[in-house]
Every structure is written in structure tokens, then in C-alpha cells.
Design a protein around this ligand. Structure first.
Ligand code: BGP
Length: 466
């Protein structure tokens, strides 16, 4: 017997993507860090495919948006590229072609009945700001970012009512300053701490600008990748390890964005490790005063966490925040195909309850969730409809737990899959396919997958049959 799960009125059924992963570098004045990294080290990118064409959105946005409409999406998140919109990065003047492009894209979404959700930073810092100032290590860059954000609000908030300051700031920290998967490939725990702080500061400064200039009916939030850390056992060492991992990975940005304060326990810990960021009372007051209206939650996988393997004293010369915990794969768990990410849908419910109980029950939506598949959805030979039943199952399982969270009072207002149309993705390039719609990157032919037809029925009914 099937059960029908009804979702709240006006639920966002959609999908998420980003400017740097879809547009291609056409007519773009500045390189972002990934554009540049590909220029100097193409061999790092899967099959040496870079972001030059991406999914050609700059040229094909009309057809792409039409396909998104065809699969019933009522909302889509993408991003405005700083490195495209801004002509002079210091003064913040606007590039005329970019202005035309983003205006057209926004209008096209609206014309097709799709709510455009705009994010302002998706790992795409203009590389000149890294070269000139050391990027997010330098607080001047937070001012330049706030200026860019203000320009976006002034130009587009008459039509775009939903804004997000950053996508996954913790990934910028981890990728660029801890684990070597983003440019500038620095591995330095103390710098990572300062960059984390500066990213929060930048987000709060953008919100301060938003409150001054944005249309009154617009809202702003931040998108965080929440990876609940589940302890390996009930023993105090494992509980402590998962508690600290949570403070660093999730609560740093969550607490600062929702409550306006970094977790005191984390501040104490970093201080005792002589690794605390440099801050001023004025900056902390600005962070306190500029909290978010709502939250985007990217959820892909949980973290399984145990106590660190070595005693802290025997650890390496350089300080790293993860000296306090160890992550491991839990044997026997289902994995997200080649990604090596555990599939654990119930974490959606745990997140829903955490937001309800510890974060003022702030409105939130699933801003990314998805299944990256590389073997079955190769980038060649896609003539027919991809029968991605595994993705449909994955979505259903996650929606089941989202719905349970809503039933128990969590204030979730939407679900976005990563991603509407298979798109380019950082070092993985086109290795993992996530979309409702496939994309042959040689011909740019885009075809709706079985999951695309599935989501249309769910969106139309505002309900899920399970
Ligand atoms: C998220 C990012 C997206 C996208 C996705 C899939 O963390 O916000 O930009 O890249 O991960 O990543 P990948 O294709 O590398 O598996």
C-alpha cells in the first residue's frame, strides 16, 4: 500500500547549480580561482576538462530554463559570479555584458514561472584578489565582497527575492587551507581558522548591506554543508571527538549566522591551542547584529567520527583542527556510488530537529542533496532517457525524513536536488553526474532523465507517494 506524504503549501521543488559550474568563460573579464587553476594545472582536473564551456549556460540559458520548467521545478538556485559581474574589482563598477546577461537570466526564470534564488559566492573568488591580497586571508577582501553583494542587491532585488551570501564556506576553508582540493592549496591550520572567521565576517557585512538597500520583501541567508558527526561509541573519548568535530564543521558558521555568535566552547578551544582568529569588538558586534532570515542546508553524507588515533602530543609539527577527531567509513553502509559518501537519509531528520531545537526553528530548506554517479551515466553515448531509478529512490528516502521532520514541527520550506542539468564540478569536472537532465558535453544535447519526469509528478502533486 502506498502512502501519500503531503508537503507544506508553496513548498520549493527545485534544483541547485552555480554560475562557475554552468556558464562557461564566455565574455568573462576576470578569472575566478578555478578558471585560473585550470589554466596552470589542467592535469589536476578529471579528464583535463575545465570550466571553459561548462554546460554552456551563458549561451543556452533560454533552452536550459525551458527544460527546468518542463520538469516542473518551481524554484532554481544559481549564482552571480563576482568575476563576471564586476568590471573593476576595486571600485566595483559593473560590466555591461554581464549586467545584460544576469538581467536576462532572471527575467527568463520568472517568465517560466521559476523562482530565481541567487547565491553570491560559490567557491569562485576572482583570482586577482588572491594574488593581490591573499584572498580570504585578508579582511580587505571582505569589504570588496560586501561591495559586490550590495551592487547585486541594488541591481536585482526588485525581482530576486531570495539571496544567499555563500555556498559552503567550510569547503573553502577545507579545500583551500587544510586538505588541498581547492586553490590556493595551502595547508595551514591557523590560516584556515582566520579564513573561516573572515568568511563569516564577509557574510555578515553583505547582510548589513542587504538590510540597507535590498527591496523590503527580499530575504537573505547562508548555505551550509551540514555533516552531522555520529560518534563511534558512547565512550567519552568518542563523544568528545564528535562534539569537537561538530563545533568546527557545523556550529562555527551555524551559530554565527543564526545566533550572531561563535560557539564559546570553540573560541576557548582555539584560544587554548593558540590558534584563535584575529577579531575586533566592532566586527563581532557587526556579526551579532546581522544574522540570517533563513538557512540553506546542503546534505550529502554523515560523518562517522571517533577519537583521534594518536595522543595529541605526538601529532605533527603543524597545528590542524582535526587533531581532535578521526573520520572513518562504517562497514556495511550503502555508499553513494563512486563518491565514497555514505548514504544515510535519516540524517535529514536529525538536521531538521537540530535546527528546530537549537537554532530558533529558523526557516530552512534543503539547498543541495544528490547522488553523484559516474559509471552508469557516462558523458558519451547518451541517446536515450537515463533510467536513474537509484536517484529516484535516493530522493524518496531523503524526502521521507525531511517530511518526518516537518511533521514534528521543523520549519522546512523546500527541497532542491543538486543539480537541474549535469554540470561541471571543480576537480571532478564531469566525473559525477547529479542532474535531473543529462548533458552530453561534446554536443551539448540535454535530455530529461527518468528522475526529471519523477520530480514533475511530485512537484505537481506537492506530495510524495511512498
Ligand atoms: C557540493 C557543491 C557543488 C557540487 C557538489 C558535487 O559540495 O556545492 O558545487 O560540486 O558538491 O560535487 P562533485 O561533483 O565534486 O561530486
Amino acid at each position: 500500500m502506498t502512502e501519500k506524504l503531503k508537503f507544506p503549501k508553496d513548498f520549493w521543488w527545485g534544483a541547485a547549480t552555480s554560475g562557475p559550474q554552468t556558464e562557461g568563460r564566455f565574455n568573462k573579464k576576470h578569472a575566478n580561482v578555478f578558471d585560473y587553476w585550470y589554466e596552470i594545472k589542467p592535469e589536476l582536473f578529471h579528464n583535463q576538462v575545465g570550466p571553459d564551456t561548462a554546460s554552456n549556460f551563458y549561451n543556452s540559458y533560454k533552452e536550459d530554463i525551458k527544460l527546468m520548467k518542463e520538469i516542473g521545478l518551481n524554484s532554481v538556485r544559481t549564482s552571480i559570479q563576482w568575476s563576471r559581474l564586476i568590471d573593476d574589482l576595486e571600485t566595483g563598477s559593473v560590466d555591461a555584458d554581464a549586467l545584460r546577461f544576469y538581467n536576462d537570466v532572471i527575467d527568463e526564470f520568472i517568465k517560466n514561472g521559476i523562482r530565481p534564488i541567487m547565491n553570491l559566492h560559490h567557491f569562485d573568488l576572482p583570482v586577482e584578489l588572491l594574488r593581490q591580497y591573499g584572498g580570504w586571508e585578508n579582511k580587505h577582501v571582505t569589504d570588496l565582497y560586501a561591495k559586490f553583494a550590495k551592487t547585486c542587491f541594488e541591481l536585482f532585488s526588485d525581482r530576486v527575492k531570495d539571496w544567499f551570501t555563500f555556498n559552503e564556506p567550510m569547503v573553502i576553508v577545507e579545500g583551500g587551507y587544510l586538505y588541498d582540493f581547492h586553490y590556493p592549496q595551502i595547508i595551514d591550520g591557523k590560516k584556515a581558522v582566520q579564513v573561516a572567521y573572515n568568511l563569516q565576517l564577509a557574510s555578515s557585512k553583505a547582510i548589513a548591506e542587504f538590510r540597507k538597500v535590498a527591496a523590503k520583501d527580499a530575504k537573505i541567508g547562508i548555505i551550509l554543508n551540514l555533516t552531522p558527526p555520529y560518534p563511534a561509541s558512547d565512550e567519552s573519548e568518542d563523544l568528545k571527538a564528535s562534539h569537537i568535530a561538530n563545533l568546527w564543521k557545523n556550529r562555527l558558521f551555524m551559530d554565527a549566522s543564526v545566533h550572531g555568535e561563535f560557539p564559546a566552547e570553540l573560541v576557548d578551544l582555539l584560544t587554548s591551542e593558540d590558534a584563535i582568529w584575529t577579531s575586533t569588538p566592532e566586527e563581532l558586534a557587526l556579526i551579532k547584529a546581522n544574522t540570517i532570515d533563513y538557512l540553506g542546508v546542503n546534505f550529502y553524507h554523515p560523518d562517522r567520527v571517533s577519537r583521534p588515533e594518536f595522543s595529541t602530543n605526538s601529532l605533527a609539527v603543524d597545528w590542524m583542527p582535526d587533531k581532535f577527531w578521526k573520520e572513518y567509513h562504517m562497514p556495511g553502509r550503502r555508499m553513494n556510488h563512486d563518491k565514497g559518501w555514505e548514504i544515510y537519509p535519516k540524517a535529514m531528520y536529525d538536521i531538521a530537529m537540530d535546527v528546530k531545537e537549537n537554532y530558533k526553528n529558523i526557516p530552512w530548506f534543503v539547498s543541495e542533496n544528490g547522488m553523484g554517479v559516474s559509471r552508469e551515466e557516462r558523458w558519451m553515448g547518451e541517446d536515450g532517457v537515463i533510467q536513474d531509478d537509484y536517484r529516484i529512490t535516493f530522493i524518496k528516502e531523503h524526502l521521507y525524513w525531511v517530511h518526518k521532520g516537518i511533521e514534528e514541527g521543523s520549519n522546512c520550506f523546500g527541497y532542491h536536488l543538486w543539480t537541474p542539468i549535469d554540470c561541471w564540478s571543480w576537480l571532478n569536472s564531469y566525473r559525477n553526474r547529479y542532474g535531473f537532465i543529462s548533458n552530453n558535453i561534446h554536443t551539448q544535447v540535454k535530455t530529461i532523465k527518468k528522475s526529471g519526469h519523477f520530480i514533475k509528478t511530485v512537484a505537481e502533486a506537492n506530495a510524495l507517494d511512498i
